[in-house]
Design a binder for this molecule. Structure first.
Ligand SMILES: [Zn+2]
Length: 288
């Protein structure tokens, strides 16, 4: 038997599952989350306020979701959010009540600033807490969200087999000395921790924004690589990130750019990213 539920999970399927379970059993849900330098706190399904589904009726596309395992988080941030979450649980349990029922508390740790924003009220059309609910029992939430209910090692699969190579295959390319371009698309803070010395660094976000200086830099490197190649063919570009998720998105962006914004290239993703490099190729490479 539980009176109050605290959601400390870091994936979308679990958030929907816990929300629905709380609505169906009539319990308040104290929900906190943190990513990078930001934190959020709210109480769902409390004193007539909205539930998670009232605010997010449909799950976001799986490839747009970043969790802490991929995006990183400064440990102090979930620490702060966890303390605030515990405070709200204790206030509700002791009868003092929470004021977060229809409010979202947001922490911007970079600027050391809290903001409180008012959330939209409970929605009459909500599929679980509305007037005519269609969700009356728990569902298959992984299917509903199109992603696994795990906080770790989320593996996206956006590309075909032919568009990806293993870390061992990439090592053979390096050892064989065949000209290619290695593009590292991690955020710069991660590149500062460790990188492969022969890689070109352009963060995924900059690539997606097609920043002119980055497109120019990329084109210059492609031209340079092409000059080293003996046969006339498309320059092979291998894309790497930490785990092999962002690199797949980057390959999709590069494919769109190939032949228009960039010279024709063959872009492939390196499965498992730099963590696979650390585990299978070079044990001295930092794991973070
Ligand atoms: Zn609702």
């Amino acid at each position: 038997m539980y009176d109050i539920v605290a959601d400390c999970s870091d994936n979308v399927p679990t958030r929907y599952l816990v929300n629905d379970a709380c609505v169906l059993s009539g319990k308040p849900l104290v929900s906190a989350s943190a990513l990078r330098m930001e934190g959020q706190l709210t109480v769902y399904n409390y004193l007539g306020g909205p539930c998670y589904r009232c605010l997010y009726p449909v799950p976001p596309p799986a490839e747009t979701v970043t969790n802490c395992s991929d995006g990183g988080v400064l440990g102090v941030v979930p620490g702060i959010m966890g303390c605030l979450q515990a405070l709200e649980v204790l206030k509700i349990a002791s009868g003092q009540g929470s004021s977060c029922g229809q409010q979202l508390l947001m922490l911007d740790a970079q600027e050391a600033r809290f903001r409180l924003i008012r959330l939209r009220p409970r929605q009459a059309g909500c599929s679980v807490c509305g007037e005519n609910p269609t969700v009356t029992s728990l569902q298959d939430y992984e299917k509903f969200c199109g992603s696994a209910a795990t906080d770790k090692c989320r593996r996206l699969c956006l590309l075909s087999k032919e568009q990806r190579i293993s870390i061992q295959e990439y090592k053979e390319i390096v050892d064989g000395g065949s000209p290619h371009l290695l593009l590292d698309v991690r955020p710069l803070v991660e590149v500062d921790i460790c990188r492969l010395p022969f890689s070109l660094t352009i963060p995924l976000a900059s690539l997606e924004d097609r920043k002119p200086e980055h497109v120019r830099l990329l084109q210059n490197k492609i031209t340079e690589t092409k000059e080293q190649m003996k046969a006339e063919s498309h320059v092979p570009v291998y894309v790497i990130c930490k785990m092999g998720n962002d690199s797949q998105k980057a390959v999709q962006v590069l494919q769109q750019m190939s032949g228009s914004e960039l010279e024709c290239i063959t872009a492939k993703d390196i499965r498992g990213g730099l963590m696979a490099w650390a585990q299978k190729i070079d044990p001295s490479f930092p794991q973070y």
